[in-house]
Design a protein around this ligand. Structure first.
Ligand code: F6P
Length: 367
């Protein structure tokens, strides 16, 4: 069954933020590779496992190692969003990052690995593309709860995050209604509004704010007051973390990084809640769903997508189809060049039918 006789040993890694479905991909890759008679190795902690002075290493993955993990959240290999081989963070935290990509390439060759299956989102696949330009035979697998990768209609993890956010919005409805309050929920998604749009629509939010449609706070408040006038004393606003007002900017926050700090999107929910309370006089609360959206078991669709992506990536390796990413082009999974997946951020189409459906249902986008 070995279509490319030169393939004997393949490696797999998980990079960037975790997403539900990573373990299912790993399981599919391991089982499909073993089926072809290949050996599989997991690189721990992104690319860290290929560097002698970093924690983790290269671990052989057999059937037993991936038994019963399809439904498990997180990644058995560990991940990091501080593991860019081209700008490796200095261990003392202070000095400039170093380019260690040549060490990674050398170690890969020394270990006689024939292919790397790199599971990642935008950041990790940019790294994969640069390593592939240095000669590593790589197939990418599209992961991110943000669903913002081009060339694939879906990334695994997205629909589970939507499920978590939808469930939260459902719960907020009953408390908002009981107290006649406005509740603003901030969801993840970086510069794309996929999670906010899908969970807001599924959860019957009254206002959905997404980066692709800049909002006017007056228009948001008009929707809330219109509901009030119609006897609906509560409202739910679902705001993407990357949403911004017309002519304004995104809201950022600092989060701890070691003894220092780093910048992340965040704070739009609290800001919008403050403005709504000031303008409408309504009692308003906000909450940030945060990393809850990345955790937990993948829903069944994400499990199936992850298994399909993993198996399709192994078929790419067998064909020698490197420098590619597996992508969903419904109903099939195909390979696309990595450049195509990375040509920009896949944004919500503002005139697409999902936005039109929401508008037809009376949802306000604050525009
Ligand atoms: O890209 C996934 C994501 O969860 C984004 O939605 C979010 O903005 C970011 O990662 C959070 O990053 P971190 O895990 O570093 O806080």
């Amino acid at each position: 069954m070995n279509e490319t006789p030169s393939i004997r040993r393949v490696a797999i890694n998980t990079g960037g933020g975790d997403a539900p479905g990573l373990n299912a991909v790993i399981r599919a890759v391991v089982l499909a590779s073993i089926h072809r008679g290949w050996e599989v190795f997991g690189i721990e902690n992104g690319y860290g496992g290929l560097l002698a002075d970093e924690p983790g290493g290269l671990t052989p993955l057999g059937r037993e190692d991936v038994r019963g993990i399809t439904h498990r959240g997180g990644t058995i290999l560990g991940t990091t969003n501080r593991g860019n081989p081209f700008a490796w963070p200095a261990s003392d935290g202070g000095a400039e990052p170093r380019d260690r990509s040549d060490e990674i390439v050398a170690r890969f060759r020394e270990l006689e690995l024939d292919a790397l299956l790199a599971i990642g989102g935008d950041g990790s696949l940019h790294i994969a593309r640069r390593l592939s330009e240095k000669g590593l035979p790589i197939v990418g697998i599209p992961k991110t709860i943000d669903n913002d990768l081009c060339a694939t209609s879906l990334t695994f993890g997205f629909l589970t995050a939507v499920e978590t956010a939808t469930d939260a919005i459902g719960k907020l409805h009953s408390t908002a209604e009981s107290h006649r309050r406005v509740l603003v929920v901030e969801v993840m998604g970086r510069d794309a509004g996929w999670i906010a749009l899908f969970s807001g629509l599924a959860g019957s939010a009254d206002v959905i704010l997404i980066p692709e449609i800049p909002y006017d706070i007056a228009s948001v408040c008009a929707k809330i007051e219109e509901r009030e006038a119609a006897g609906r004393g509560f409202s739910i606003v679902c705001a993407a973390e990357g949403a911004m007002p017309t002519g304004g900017d995104v809201v950022m926050k600092t989060v701890p990084r070691g003894s220092g700090e780093q910048i992340r999107l965040g704070g739009i929910g609290a800001q919008v809640a403050r403005q709504i309370a000031d303008r409408t006089g309504k009692e308003t609360r906000s909450l940030v769903l945060g990393h809850l959206q990345r955790g937990g078991a993948p829903i069944s669709y994400d499990r199936v997508m992850s298994l399909r992506f993993g198996a399709a990536a192994v078929r790419c390796v067998a064909r020698g189809d490197f420098g590619t990413m597996v992508a969903l082009d419904p109903p099939e999974v195909h390979a696309v060049p990595l450049e195509e997946a990375l040509r920009g951020v896949k944004k919500v189409p503002v005139d697409g039918d999902t936005v039109l459906a929401a508008r037809a249902l009376g949802v306000s986008f604050g525009d």
